[in-house]
Design a protein. Structure first.
Length: 219
């Protein structure tokens, strides 16, 4: 890693940095301001490749970066601008943890009960900011403990992901077995003339397609 800030740091340096952030945000980097009481008190950035020298690995993987950019680029535009005047930076990027559907982050003039897939944008902002401030404080006071905490949480998430993958594989195997039994029943019904040839071909094609999908997961 490197420290590219000049010393002493002048007002002209600050103006250049702000303009550079505005012009290059999204170009191999993500830059977001940290706001407290209506004032910008700092920023948080992710730089891909060009901010790292030598043999160090990138901050995040290229495919994850591309996925994030695709999500950001795919956010629906705000027609006519925001009526509340609030810059909702989380618009279109939050998914429901239960079903994966997009969460609608709205700015309500009056706080009210939200639907299952609606969340107040300022609430999200407050939670994310509090998490950033918490980890920033940990990094200043006990960096080792912060790294250990993050590593433990990542391990828990990886364990949960592995369990989910195992569950999905079990479900695929079970469905493949069910399709094979359905095939056997189809042939039986066809030979007993309980099923027409046309119906048999249609159902066979459907089961073939589903079985191929399940087998592609198992490979």
């Amino acid at each position: 890693m490197r420290n590219s800030f000049p010393c002493p740091y002048t007002l002209e340096n600050a103006k250049w940095y702000v303009n550079d952030c505005l012009e290059n945000d999204g170009n191999n980097r993500i830059i977001r301001a940290i706001e407290t009481d209506g004032k910008v008190v700092g920023n948080i950035c992710i730089f891909l490749l060009e901010d790292i020298y030598g043999t160090h690995e990138p901050t995040i993987e290229q495919n994850r970066w591309n996925t994030l950019q695709k999500i950001l680029d795919g956010r629906p535009p705000v027609i006519g601008g925001s009526s509340s005047g609030y810059d909702n930076i989380f618009r279109g990027v939050i998914k429901c943890a239960d079903c994966g559907s997009a969460m609608l982050t709205k700015v309500e003039q009056k706080r009210k009960r939200n639907s299952a897939h609606t969340i107040e944008a300022r609430t999200v902002h407050e939670v994310v900011l509090a998490d950033i401030q918490k980890h920033a404080g940990q990094a200043l006071t006990d960096r080792k403990a912060m790294v250990t905490d993050i590593a433990e949480r990542l391990n828990l998430q990886m364990s949960a992901d592995r369990e989910q993958q195992k569950k999905e594989l079990r479900q695929c195997k079970q469905r493949v077995s069910e399709i094979e039994n359905l095939y056997a029943k189809l042939y039986e019904d066809l030979t007993r003339e309980l099923l027409t040839e046309k119906r048999f071909q249609m159902l066979s094609a459907r089961y073939d397609s589903e079985q191929e999908e399940q087998n592609s997961v198992l490979r």
